[in-house]
Write a protein that binds this ligand. Structure first.
Ligand SMILES: O=P(O)(O)OC[C@@H](O)[C@@H](O)c1c[nH]c2ccccc12
Length: 330
């Protein structure tokens, strides 16, 4: 499972400051899945180590398949020369059943990883579309347990790993360890927490790792170079490059400085770099691909299509059509 955090105070402050209320694959082998005791008396130590290594690889591969790790999925995409499509939806908007269907549709059209947002009352990094979706979901009594139930239902039927997106407050309320355990049990493969600074990530990652989770970090256009390097170094699954100085929301065009930011990241990491914020359609997705990113993240445009189309059926239709057009563009 992966955790994604807004790994810089700059990012958090930037996102918080711009709030507008109006409007290298690492598979974590837990002690339970690492039965590496060598039959010492039967094998000389070098052979034993080789056997242990092979076994470790097998266990790692099995773990990657079972948990649908984010980094494993990104590695696969890169091997196949495919730009990853990473859609984002708000859980339980318009309702839990429709969210499950929507996740299945996204999986069917070829989403590589799916980000699922826990609706929250004070989404400081989100623009009006996601704020409205979260409000709708909360108004019908959505709780963390209901979101986990959606994850459980969906994860059993889809290939794409689910990264749970949540502000830190719901994690704190549940307890970090319990949250990670329950998310993992539900079948989530990752977590994205935009309001935690880099300095606080080591202790969170430690708990996440105990539950076999990866921790994806975010960097923004205003993150200083040295800090960006550390974020890239610490991020797991992929590095989330926020394309704008501002909140989430579909925009008309991508800022051209994103190309330079991707290049800067390439100089300091060989991890996958995925770009999000502002993607409203196939043109922007194609632009991000042309700039050399490994993945395209799209949220608000899909959230709007699903939640603001009049009926759940129509919403599913609109959202699927948009997601398919993004898939075709990259
Ligand atoms: O909605 P957009 O502009 O397409 O951006 C991605 C996105 O929705 C998702 O990754 C996300 C939703 N809320 C966030 C808050 C912070 C960072 C990222 C996010």
């Amino acid at each position: 499972m992966a955790l994604a955090l807004a790994a810089s105070p700059t990012a958090a402050a930037q996102l918080a400051g711009s709030n507008n209320r109006s409007n290298n694959q690492r598979v974590f082998i837990s002690s339970a899945t690492a039965p590496l005791r060598c039959p010492q008396p039967l094998l000389p130590s070098r052979l034993c180590r080789a056997a242990a290594c092979r076994r470790l690889e097998v266990v790692a591969m099995a773990a990657a398949t079972q948990t649908k790790s984010v980094s494993g999925t990104m590695d696969e995409c890169r091997k196949q020369g495919r730009t990853a499509l990473i859609p984002f939806l708000v859980a339980c908007d318009p309702d839990a059943g429709t969210t499950v269907k929507a996740l299945q549709k996204l999986d069917e059209i070829g989403a590589d990883i799916i980000e699922l947002g826990v609706p929250y009352s004070d989404p400081l990094a989100d623009g009006p579309t996601i704020q409205a979706a979260a409000t709708r979901a909360l108004q019908q009594g959505t709780t963390l347990d209901k979101v986990l139930a959606v994850v459980k239902k969906a994860s059993a039927t889809i290939k794409a790993p689910i990264v749970m997106f949540t502000y830190y407050n719901p994690i704190m309320a549940r307890g970090l360890d319990k949250f990670c355990r329950q998310a993992k049990e539900a079948g989530a493969s990752g977590l994205l927490v935009p309001d935690i600074p880099l300095e606080e990530t080591p202790s969170i990652r430690q708990v996440a790792e105990q539950h076999g989770m990866e921790l994806v970090l975010l960097t923004t256009p205003t993150t200083p170079q040295e800090r960006m390097n550390r974020i890239a170094h610490s991020s797991q699954g992929f590095v989330y490059l926020v394309s704008v100085t501002g909140v989430t929301g579909a925009r008309v065009s991508m800022e051209s400085r994103v190309e330079g930011l991707i290049k800067q990241l390439r100089e300091v990491t060989d991890k996958a770099v995925c770009v999000g914020f502002g993607v409203s359609g196939p043109e922007q997705a194609a632009q991000i691909k042309a700039w050399g990113a490994d993945g395209v993240i799209c949220g608000s445009a899909l959230v709007r299509a699903l939640g603001e189309s009049g009926s759940p059926e129509e919403g599913l239709k609109q959202m699927t059509a948009l997601a398919a057009s993004l898939r075709a563009a990259i």
